[in-house]
Design a protein around this ligand. Structure first.
Ligand SMILES: [Zn+2]
Length: 144
């Protein structure tokens, strides 16, 4: 599993903008704390070739799955939390909150102020995200 700013990166499939080209359906990893997005390392090579091709072609949008068959998505995300199902995104966030809470206890025991601060920040971001997510979901359910 990849890590960013101490939090576990979450695996997903999403759209990535590369200069003027928007690439859809790219396996990515993102950090739920600082929103950093990374193209999944396993398909980085293919991604770069596709982007180069799309830019040469001046295509504003391309679909990653049209050029590269990603039939091993399961394998790709074997080692990290997957958010394929929207319903499980809340669970992923809750999991990360639990981990951060556990670590917070350790940080307190060690009197490691810097770490404690970082964890508090991470917890705030994660719970904000969870709240926003729940709110969005409620709205979606109401309008459905
Ligand atoms: Zn991060």
């Amino acid at each position: 599993m990849g890590f960013c700013c101490g939090a576990g990166m979450v695996g997903s499939v999403g759209s990535v903008r590369h200069q003027k080209t928007l690439v859809h359906n790219v396996p990515i990893m993102f950090c739920p704390v600082c929103d950093r997005i990374e193209v999944h390392p396993a398909i980085e090579g293919e991604y770069e070739i596709l982007v180069e091709y799309a830019q040469g072609d001046k295509a504003p949008e391309v679909d990653f799955t049209d050029f590269v068959s990603v039939d091993n998505t399961g394998e790709l995300f074997e080692n990290c939390t997957m958010t394929d199902e929207a319903a499980s995104f809340a669970d992923v966030l809750k999991q990360q909150i639990d981990v951060a809470l556990d670590l917070l206890v350790v940080a307190k025991d060690l009197h490691d102020e810097e770490w404690r601060e970082a964890l508090m920040h991470r917890l705030r971001r994660l719970s904000e995200r969870l709240e926003n997510y729940k709110r969005r979901k409620q709205v979606a359910e109401r309008s459905a």
